[in-house]
Ligand binder design. Structure first.
Ligand SMILES: Nc1nc2c(c(=O)[nH]1)N[C@H]1C(S)=C(S)[C@@H](COP(=O)(O)OP(=O)(O)OC[C@H]3O[C@@H](n4cnc5c(=O)[nH]c(N)nc54)[C@H](O)[C@@H]3O)O[C@H]1N2
Ligand SMILES: Nc1nc2c(c(=O)[nH]1)N[C@H]1C(S)=C(S)[C@@H](COP(=O)(O)OP(=O)(O)OC[C@H]3O[C@@H](n4cnc5c(=O)[nH]c(N)nc54)[C@H](O)[C@@H]3O)O[C@H]1N2
Ligand code: SF4
Ligand SMILES: [Mo]
Length: 681
């Protein structure tokens, strides 16, 4: 036996925390995985999702060989084939389509299954750019938040989340920190121990809201009205920072005029909060400083999500709270990495690109020129994560759609593939991880050889390029070269951060001094170098009770579909029974008033439905949701309901008219029919 060795890597999941871990390897097998004790945010603990990651790696259900479908699409019957045969089949089909109808008939669909930059897509993108395939806007997470904050500040830099420790008011605005960003929670607790007031603004009483000093449970999607009322109060009570506004912003007069009609009275009527609470919030935010707002993505998932993100981003510009370390807006830190690293340039000419939320529509649209006849999915599970599942499945069922899925497990999407290719997990491949909850880069070193015949995504696309006879050397670049290219940047934030240093030290903080104040120490990257305020209007979404009274008469309840479980990470882990909550199935949360009026009692099964779909679910009757609001957790798989659908069978796929930004997931109206006897199940 050789002595065990410890290999350092980083978690790949789409999670703000990007933890660093130590993998103990004995005789080629990973035997222990622990959070690294010295990493500034991990501090020795991972999370309930990933603590048993090695079971995922060695799970008997891991895909071990390439597979070819032998049954109907969706029924999950496959036979093993060799890599040569799999790649040859794919190369022949794709080359044939390129010849017959053009490369745009091939759609690349990938998302955030890994945040490691090279396995996420650098080599895949090179491949699809070279052939000129159709692409997607990867906008279901974070893009709308980016656009909304960017409307105010150009590049949407926020404060280092670690600087929240200096704040005396912390507003967790539509973010469920305790669940979704758990390594930030100790920072929030530390600030509170030092005297900070922690406020949560959310339509749902989340596990974070339960831990807050003050929980403001507003009606979904009404945040712009709340911001306008806060600005109304700040202006009325002379709590704005007029010097700061004059020197650093433009558009204040237009914003103040927008806020004048929205006194706390009308805002209370729209948001459901009391006028006293709104007054208190505005005063506290302006006077208990440093005052910080923390946001991630929750409120972006609506038709007017960009307006909400823009509105909230205006608050620190109006009070000048950016001026003191610990104040300002703490949002995704991804923009720092995108600024510093040498990301590949966008393809020239640009590829035909569709918003990913429209996958169902696109797969079924024969009028596209050309229509989509091949789909290659990697790092994503669209059958679960895309809104409006039924058209997605209808598209995936098309006999004439050639579908390839690169996966670690037989997911709900992979079941519809013609060819499934087995992918390595994070402990089997090299990668460079960025973070969106802190400022540390991490190098992930492979700890073990690939399990079975699995290959890294990068290698799969190198081999596919070769099988298609594409001979550009950049399609054969190895993984280390790809990482070195990303680090090859003149940006000062990367000074001294080399591949060699990362192999020694694993992680490195971008060269940004703790306490740096965006828009104070550096100017906003806007056309006039000022923070942009301007006209702000509350508009209800087209699928909300206020926005469509006719539809609301049929479907009076607003459906929220947030992340809710400690052992789920998006669509990952629901395949393992040990990761399911004790209910063993998704439960519909409904307010006691709505349950009573529908004759729903504890223990009942109900149907929740709209014109897009229908699910039969158990219920949890709770005032964690407001009257008129119901919630079903996201992340469960299709097998977890009688209909063979998860909650996205109900959700609203509408995207902004310019195709930029997320879908209106949470602008979804439904009705609930109660009293299904168990015989109906
Ligand atoms: N355990 C666990 N952790 C995760 C994930 C997971 O699946 N499980 N997923 C990861 C990913 S990909 C992401 S993007 C992050 C997301 O992290 P967060 O943004 O913190 O989480 P979400 O659940 O998307 O949304 C946060 C909150 O927004 C609220 N919200 C919805 N609409 C509105 C609104 O109109 N106004 C206000 N004020 N609030 C609203 C929801 O009720 C929800 O509680 O979490 C990451 N971490
Ligand atoms: N209703 C509703 N829908 C939502 C959301 C919501 O809150 N509510 N949240 C949205 C958000 S914020 C997000 S980020 C998306 C998440 O959407 P996705 O990014 O598609 O979801 P994940 O489950 O994180 O990852 C997808 C798959 O990637 C695979 N994977 C991981 N690593 C690798 C790898 O190295 N190679 C390959 N080939 N595969 C790999 C995993 O096995 C997993 O099945 O969902 C969105 N959809
Ligand atoms: S999922 Fe998030 S919290 Fe859990 S180990 Fe990965 S980065 Fe850390
Ligand atoms: Mo996300």
């Amino acid at each position: 036996m050789s002595a065990p060795l410890v290999v350092r890597g980083s978690c790949h999941h789409d999670c703000p925390d990007t933890c660093v871990w130590d993998v103990t390897v004995a005789d080629g097998r990973a035997v222990k995985l622990r959070g690294n004790a010295d990493h500034p945010t991990t501090q020795g603990v991972l999370c309930p999702k990933v603590n048993r990651f090695l079971e995922r790696v060695y799970h008997p259900d891991r895909l071990a060989t390439p597979l070819r479908r032998v049954g109907q699409k969706g029924d999950g019957r496959f036979e093993p084939i060799s890599w040569d045969e799999a790649l040859e089949t794919i190369a022949t089909r794709i080359s044939g389509l390129i010849h017959a109808v053009g490369a745009e008939s091939v759609l690349q669909f990938s998302f955030d299954g890994t945040q490691g930059l090279i396995q996420k897509g650098i080599m895949a993108d090179r491949f699809f750019n070279t052939i000129g395939a159709s692409d997607i806007h990867r906008h279901l997470c974070g893009a709308t938040a980016w656009l909304g904050a960017g409307d105010v500040s150009g590049q949407p830099f926020g404060i280092d989340p670690e600087d929240l420790v200096h704040a005396r008011t912390i507003i967790l605005w539509g973010t469920n920190t305790y669940l979704t960003n758990r390594h930030l929670w100790p920072v929030i607790e530390q600030a509170r121990a030092d005297g900070a007031t922690v406020i949560v603004i959310d339509p749902v009483r989340t596990s974070t809201a339960e831990r807050a000093d003050v929980f403001l449970q507003l009606r979904p999607g009404t945040d712009v009205a709340l911001v306008l009322a806060m600005i109304h109060v700040l202006d009325r009570d002379d709590l704005i920072d007029a010097d700061w506004i004059g020197a650093e912003t433009s558009g204040w007069n237009e914003l103040a005029a927008s806020a004048r009609p929205m006194s706390p009275g009308p805002a209370a009527e729209i948001t459901g909060l009391t006028t006293e609470r709104i007054e208190w919030l505005a005063h506290t935010y302006a006077t208990r400083r440093p005052a910080a707002i923390r946001m991630l993505v929750g409120p972006e998932h609506r038709q007017h999500g960009r307006d909400i993100m823009r509105a909230v981003a205006m608050l620190p510009a109006v009070t000048g709270s950016w001026a003191v370390t610990g104040g300002g807006l703490a949002r995704s830190t991804q923009v720092y990495f995108e600024t510093a690293l040498n990301y590949p340039a966008p393809p020239d000419p640009p590829r035909r690109t569709f918003n990913m939320a429209r996958l169902g529509e696109i797969l079924n649209d024969r009028t596209l020129d050309p229509p989509i006849d091949a789909l290659v999915v990697h790092n994503s599970n669209p059958a679960v994560i895309v809104p409006d599942t039924n058209p997605v499945i209808e598209g995936l069922e098309r006999e004439d759609l050639f579908t390839v899925v690169i996966e670690q497990f037989m997911t709900d999407t992979a079941r519809y593939a013609d060819i499934v290719l087995p992918a390595t997990t994070q402990i089997e491949h090299l990668d460079l991880g960025i973070a969106w909850g802190h400022l540390n880069l991490a190098l992930n070193q492979p700890a073990i050889e690939p399990v079975g015949e699995a290959l890294p995504n990068t290698e799969i696309f190198r081999r596919l390029a070769a099988a298609m006879g594409l001979d550009s050397p950049e399609l054969q670049a190895d993984d280390e070269t790809l990482i070195r290219e990303l680090l090859d940047s003149d940006h000062e934030w990367l000074d001294g951060i080399t591949y060699e240093r990362l192999t020694e030290e694993t992680w490195a903080r971008l060269n940004i001094k703790p306490g740096t104040r965006p828009y104070v120490d550096t100017a906003p990257e806007t056309d006039d170098g000022r923070l942009h305020l301007g006209v702000l209007t509350f508009e209800p979404g087209a699928e909300t009770p206020r926005g469509n009274t006719a539809l609301a008469a049929r479907f009076p309840l607003v459906l929220m579909t947030r992340k809710q479980h400690v052992k789920f990470l998006n669509a990952n882990y629901a395949q393992f029974d040990e990761h399911l909550p004790t209910s063993g199935e998704p439960l519909l949360q409904i307010h006691p008033d709505d349950a009573t009026s529908r004759g729903v009692s504890p223990g009942d099964r109900v149907e929740v439905f709209n014109d897009r779909g229908r699910l039969t679910l158990g219920v949890e009757i709770t005032d964690d949701v407001l009257p008129g609001v119901v919630a079903v957790p996201f992340g469960w798989h299709l097998r977890h309901s009688r209909q063979g659908r998860a909650v996205n069978a109900l959700t609203n796929p509408a995207v902004p008219a310019d195709d930029q930004g997320s879908a209106a997931f949470h602008d979804t109206l439904v009705e609930v029919a109660g009293r299904l006897r168990s015989a109906d199940d």
